[in-house]
Design a protein around this ligand. Structure first.
Ligand code: HEM
Length: 215
């Protein structure tokens, strides 16, 4: 019971991250995919990829805003799961959709601007996933943090990918865009400092009030 209480957030993260894939495999196995199965599985790998990427970007601001340190260790598993879904998403595109026809793929990626920015996001996430180990953190030292800041650009490109691929209603992609923009603004040193100062003032105020009330 104690383990569950200590690790509930980590367990929830793993269960939540694998559920879309398990559900997709279930639907594939029981033939529940839509009439356009390739588009269905492309969507059902793309969406979790974007959600997990946004959640991994949310961990640091959640700690800045609420002092919720338990969110920090989730950046890595969330980032790696996002990369897992992006890799599946890309494999579906190059393998199932284009049958590994490199000529056609070259045309598709460089002609469809949404595929090009999606590919750029993938090329950024690849070295971040490879260097997510303790060994690479030690090897790269200060450069590790510099390298992993590229995830910000990957987040922006993933949103642009989504905005450019939807035919008509761009409200949902714009919502993801607003979320990514907010999470990046909260990282700006001046904003971060202001939020931290506000939080400590708020805490001090509450403590004073408690002391006054107890007199
Ligand atoms: C590796 C290069 C990528 C390629 C070639 C690619 C290709 C595609 C294609 C073909 C679609 C479906 C378009 C349609 O049928 O209308 C799609 C949808 C999508 N992709 Fe990608 N994608 C790539 C990378 C990414 C990345 C890195 C992310 C996010 C991290 C992502 C997230 C999405 C999302 C959210 C959708 C829409 C899902 C929905 O509407 O439910 N893709 N992508």
């Amino acid at each position: 019971m104690n383990t569950l209480r200590k690790n509930w957030l980590r367990i929830l993260t793993h269960v939540g991250a694998v559920t879309p894939l398990a559900w997709l495999l279930w639907d594939y196995w029981f033939d529940n995919l839509t009439v356009n199965p390739i588009q269905d599985i492309t969507f059902r790998t793309g969406k979790p990829a974007l959600i997990l990427l946004v959640l991994s970007l949310a961990c640091t601001p959640v700690n800045t805003l609420f002092g919720f340190k338990q969110a920090l260790p989730l950046r890595k598993p969330l980032g790696l799961y996002a990369f897992m879904y992006v890799s599946l998403h890309f494999l579906i595109f190059i393998g199932l959709d284009y049958g590994f026809d490199w000529g056609l793929l070259y045309e598709a990626i460089f002609e469809k601007r949404y595929a090009l920015v999606g590919f750029a996001a993938f090329l950024i996430l690849l070295p971040l996933a490879v260097t997510s180990t303790q060994g690479w953190m030690r090897r790269l030292g200060k450069n590790w943090k510099r390298l992993h800041r590229w995830v910000y650009l990957a987040g922006i490109l993933a949103v642009i990918h989504y905005v450019w691929l939807v035919k008509s209603d761009i409200r949902e992609p714009l919502l993801y865009g607003a979320a990514v923009a907010l999470l990046l603004i909260l990282r700006l040193p001046a904003v971060r400092k202001a939020v931290t100062n506000f939080r400590s003032r708020f805490k001090k105020g509450r403590r004073t009030r408690t002391v006054v009330d107890s007199i």
